[in-house]
Design a protein around this ligand. Structure first.
Ligand SMILES: Cc1cc2nc3c(=O)[nH]c(=O)nc-3n(C[C@H](O)[C@H](O)[C@H](O)COP(=O)(O)OP(=O)(O)OC[C@H]3O[C@@H](n4cnc5c(N)ncnc54)[C@H](O)[C@@H]3O)c2cc1C
Length: 493
């Protein structure tokens, strides 16, 4: 049994199917792909946030190719930051950044950086501490604070330094400045990193196309992805999950299971255990929090609007966080080339004013904010729709690491339960890493030495000195060759 038909769950189910294991995938939603789905409105296709396909994991890249072949487009990337009424290239480029900031502010940034090098914040606990120590107060207040607080909905002083360390790893004002100065002199066909920044892969019809292809392969293997079937309870006994209750068509169905891979949010998984988990475990689960997200898709009666794939809106005067122009991801995302479909991204909490606003009001808000930053004439916005995505981001706040460790230890006491995926492991995974965790979860159930918890969201897949960790240089064949030690939780069909 696999819970969730997002990238992690589908990859796990597909790999199990390849090994002739009978699998049922239960998915709460009406479509596959999870957060990486493609939604459709009157023929206009859009993502929940634009989903680039990029990876340093050779096996994942090969798998994407195997699933979609020529349907995977290579797309040029252009993204900019809107701040203080001006446009900044992203990644920042020296000339453009100085022109936008003005020479005085640029000098103040350098002085502020010098000052913090002499007076660093210790201990470095929060996101703010981490960024200020590497970029200085001035640049932090200009480019990091407002946008980060829009994304997370909490002050940067309450976001753990680990998050910054993972996401902005290896960067400082000094290294960024060096990159800005060197980049223009690099020839075409430069380093791999450069090409990752400048182009990415994207399915012709959006990311959902990939996950639909996975679901089709799973069906070919004789297994089933059952939609609109949320799992509501996991029964367990003596360290094994014995049965699962899921809702379908208004009735709750119980099905016995041999083994389970869960990609549902970890907090929800713990809350669904019957008998209930010990109080201390339930408390740890309650300490995990999430950031929710909604996309206002606007159809604009205009063929060309701006060349970017997406724009970061750092301006604190609008609530809008990012704007996607889906036609620039793939022309086939729009059914009529005389129109444009923009995805306006709002970060929110389930139940807050944005989340509960009516779709019509959200469309009006999006239209107003788009006009406020000079991107569209409101009269040309002819239609729109809204998609709300709960638990889009696992939050890395002060207490999450201790809570997660307690939950990991508890879940590992189950001999036939593996967790995988972004919310399944409460890790800020992209699609590729979510897939790798799915692969490792499947392999672990097949009795191999594999542990999805060891996949880190950044490049290092190896916990220090751990021989069981995933090797990113493995090719597809090596990765998918399973060599069971002792069949652990599953008998092959
Ligand atoms: C705004 C945004 C932009 C992003 N951009 C990128 C990008 O450019 N590139 C990239 O690679 N990644 C990107 N990501 C990350 C990507 O979306 C995730 O890494 C990926 O979707 C994680 O896959 P998953 O299978 O772990 O989880 P999910 O996609 O969350 O899938 C989990 C599935 O489980 C289902 N489920 C939950 N509870 C239950 C239940 N009780 N019973 C049954 N089913 C259940 C859900 O409905 C869902 O379908 C982005 C994410 C966001 C929020």
């Amino acid at each position: 049994m696999v819970i969730g038909a997002g990238p992690a769950g589908l990859t796990a189910a597909w790999l199990l199917g390849r090994q002739d294991v009978r699998v049922l995938v239960l998915e709460a939603d009406t479509i596959v792909g999870g957060i990486a789905r493609t939604s459709e409105y009157k023929g206009f296709r859009f993502d929940i946030g634009g989903h680039r396909f990029f990876t340093k994991v050779r096996a994942v890249e090969a798998l994407w190719g195997e699933m979609l072949g020529k349907e995977m487009l290579t797309r040029p990337r252009l993204s900019r930051i809107y701040y203080d009424g001006k446009w900044f290239d992203y990644p920042l480029k020296a000339g453009n950044a100085i022109a936008g900031l003005g020479l005085l502010r640029a000098v103040a940034i350098v002085l502020s950086y010098g000052w913090i090098q002499l007076n660093p914040i210790t201990p470095e606990l929060s996101f703010e501490d981490w960024v200020v120590n590497r970029f200085g107060w001035k640049l932090y207040n200009t480019f990091f604070k407002a946008y980060t607080e829009k994304v997370w909905g909490i002050p940067c002083t309450r976001i753990g330094a680990q998050w910054a360390a993972q996401r902005i790893k290896g960067l400082s004002l000094w290294s960024a400045a060096k990159e800005m100065l060197i980049a223009p002199f690099r020839g075409k066909g430069g380093t791999k990193i450069r090409s990752l920044i400048e182009e990415f892969k994207y399915p012709r019809l959006g990311p959902g196309m990939m996950w639909e292809a996975f679901a089709a392969r799973i069906a070919q293997q004789g297994n089933q992805v059952r939609l609109s079937s949320p799992v509501v309870a996991l029964h367990h006994d003596a360290g094994r999950v014995t049965a699962i209750d899921y809702q379908a068509g208004g009735i709750v169905t119980r099905t016995e299971v041999e083994a389970v891979i869960s990609t549902m949010p970890l907090r929800q998984l713990i809350e669904s255990l019957l008998p209930p988990a010990p109080d201390v475990v339930r408390q740890a689960a309650a300490n995990l929090s999430y950031r929710d997200f909604l996309t206002v898709a606007l159809i604009v009666d205009q063929a060309e609007m701006f060349p970017d794939n997406w724009i970061y809106v750092h301006d604190p005067n609008v609530r809008l966080g990012r704007i996607q122009n889906f036609k620039n991801w793939s022309p086939e995302m729009v059914p009529d080339q005389s129109k444009t479909c923009l995805g306006l991204e709002y970060f929110c909490f389930e139940g807050d004013d944005l989340w509960t606003m009516s779709d019509a009001d959200l469309i009006a808000l999006g239209t107003k904010e788009l006009a406020a930053i000079g991107l569209a004439d409101p009269a040309r916005v002819i239609d729109g729709t809204v998609v709300r995505m709960p638990k889009a981001y696992p939050v890395y706040d002060e207490g999450y690491l201790a809570a997660l460790e307690a939950l990991r230890m508890y879940c590992q006491t189950f001999t036939n339960l593996q967790l995988a995926g972004r919310n399944g492991l409460h890790k800020y995974n992209n699609q590729d890493h979510a897939m790798v965790t799915g692969i490792l979860a499947a392999k672990a159930l097949l009795g191999e030495k594999a542990d999805p918890w060891l996949v880190n969201v950044e490049d290092d897949y190896h916990e220090q000195g751990d021989a069981d960790a995933f090797d990113p240089s493995q090719d597809l064949t090596a990765l998918l060759t399973t060599q069971p030690l002792v069949p652990k939780a599953i008998d092959r069909a």
